[in-house]
Design a protein around this ligand. Structure first.
Ligand SMILES: Nc1ncnc2c1ncn2[C@@H]1O[C@H](COP(=O)(O)OP(=O)(O)O)[C@@H](O)[C@H]1O
Ligand SMILES: [Mg+2]
Length: 249
C-alpha cells in the first residue's frame, strides 16, 4: 500500500507465518541461536507487539531473547509494545499512537547498529494491518528482507501457505522457504493430509519446504527446541541468504 518511503535495506531475515500462534517466535529464536552459535552476529527484532506488557516474560521480545540466549533489552528489541490484545494498528491507535512504516523502521536503528543482521519477527500473518496504510507484507517489502514462512503441517495449510506465498511474491519479496510446524498435532489425532502437504506446497509454490518441526513437549525451552530445530530444519539456504547480505554491505 505505502509506496512513498525510500527503500531501506537492513540485512537479515523476516520470519512471517500463515497465522498468529503458528510458531514464528520459536522459529525466529531458534534461527538466531543457531546462527550465533556458528559465529554470525545476528540480533532479534520484533518491530511491534501487542497483547502483553513487557516485564512478565510473556512478550515476544522477551521470549525471543530468552530462547535465543541474546542479552539485550526487550524495550530495544520491541520498540512498540501495546497491551491491548488487538491487531497492532488498532492496539497502537487505542494507545494514541499512529504508527507509520517510517517510524517502525527508524525504531530499529539501534539494533541495526548493534548487530550485523537481524532476525525479524512479524505480527500475525502477511495481511495484518501494521499502520493505517500498510500491511505486514508492505513492511517486509520496504525492508527488502528475504522471508521465511512458518506454516502449520495439518489440514488447511495448503490454502493458507499458497495465499501467503502469492501475496508476498506480488510485492516482490524473496521467499527463502517454508518451515512447517506440527503446532496442533496431537499423537492420537490422525491427520492423513500431513504426509502430502509439504510436497503439494512445494509443487504449487515452486518453493522449498525447509523442514518440519514435530510437536514438542517443551517448545518454550531452548534445550528442547534448538537440537530438534538443528536436526529437522535445513538452515543452509537461510544462512547463505543472510551471509550474502552481510558481505554485500
Ligand atoms: N512444534 C510445537 N510443539 C509444541 N508447542 C509449540 C510448537 N511450536 C510452537 N509451540 C508453542 O505454541 C505457542 C505459539 O508459538 P509462537 O512461536 O509463540 O507462535 P507465533 O509467534 O506465531 O504467535 C507457543 O507457546 C509455543 O511455545
Ligand atoms: Mg510471536
Amino acid at each position: 500500500m505505502n509506496k512513498a518511503i525510500t527503500k531501506a535495506t537492513i540485512p537479515g531475515l523476516f520470519v512471517t507465518g500463515t497465522d498468529t500462534g503458528i510458531g514464528k517466535t520459536i522459529v525466529a529464536a531458534a534461527i538466531a541461536a543457531i546462527l550465533r552459535a556458528e559465529g554470525m552476529d545476528v540480533g532479534v527484532w520484533k518491530p511491534v507487539q501487542s497483547g502483553e506488557k513487557i516485564g512478565n516474560g510473556m512478550t515476544d521480545a522477551e521470549r525471543l531473547l530468552h530462547l535465543s540466549g541474546i542479552h539485550d533489552r526487550p524495550e530495544v528489541v520491541a520498540p512498540f509494545t501495546f497491551e491491548a490484545p488487538l491487531t497492532p494498528m488498532l492496539a497502537a491507535k487505542q494507545s494514541g499512537v499512529a504508527l507509520t512504516l517510517k517510524e517502525l523502521i527508524a525504531a530499529g536503528a539501534p539494533l541495526v547498529d548493534r548487530y550485523q543482521a537481524l532476525i525479524v519477527e512479524g505480527a500475525g500473518g502477511v495481511a495484518v494491518p501494521l499502520t493505517e496504510d500498510a500491511f505486514v507484507a508492505d513492511f517486509i517489502a520496504e525492508l527488502r528482507m528475504p522471508a521465511v514462512i512458518v506454516a502449520r503441517s495439518g489440514l488447511g495449510t495448503i490454502n493458507h501457505t499458497l495465499l501467503t506465498v502469492s501475496y508476498l511474491k506480488k510485492l516482490g519479496v524473496h521467499i527463502i522457504g517454508i518451515i512447517m510446524n506440527d503446532i496442533e498435532h496431537i499423537e492420537t489425532i490422525d491427520d492423513p493430509s500431513m504426509a502430502h502437504n509439504a510436497e503439494l506446497i512445494e509443487r504449487y509454490s515452486g518453493l522449498k519446504v525447509l523442514g518440519r518441526i514435530p510437536r514438542l513437549d517443551n517448545a518454550g525451552y531452548s534445550v528442547t527446541l534448538i537440537p530438534i530445530f538443528r536436526e529437522k530444519i535445513e538452515l543452509a539456504p537461510i544462512r547463505d541468504a543472510i551471509a550474502a547480505q552481510i558481505m554485500g554491505g
